[in-house]
Design a protein around this ligand. Structure first.
Ligand SMILES: [Zn+2]
Length: 118
């Protein structure tokens, strides 16, 4: 069998050419962090002096960090070092943003007018 193949190069459909895939769970994780921080700050109230201010801030940040840990622990990530990255290199294009595939010449010619803006 003989056939002609051409390389069809196009923007990666998975990452849309962005090269990275954003983990949307991180938006929920950051929400949990922000809510815990705000709730703890509200609970502690207005600080009377500078020392109380910093103590309250530290407590709020600790609570936020615990909420973040709890969020990932609920999803099976018990160790902070194993938390999923916020942005991972695209698995489809391996971070190039471009996908190349072999296409039959006949198919390429058939698709040409709709695929290329001349
Ligand atoms: Zn990609």
């Amino acid at each position: 069998m003989n056939r002609y193949l051409v390389i069809y190069e196009h923007t990666c459909p998975v990452c849309n050419g962005e090269r990275y895939i954003h983990n949307t769970e991180w938006e929920q994780a950051n929400d949990a962090y922000d809510k815990a921080q705000a709730a703890t700050s509200a609970e502690l109230g207005e600080p009377a002096d500078e020392e109380t201010y910093y103590n309250n801030m530290r407590q709020a940040l600790d609570a936020a960090q615990q909420a973040l840990g709890a969020f990932w622990a609920e999803r099976g990530y018990f160790n902070e070092r194993n938390w999923p990255p916020e942005d991972a290199i695209c698995y489809e294009c391996e971070g190039s943003g471009i996908v190349r595939e072999e296409v039959d010449l006949e198919v390429a010619l058939y698709n040409l007018p709709s695929k290329i803006n001349l």
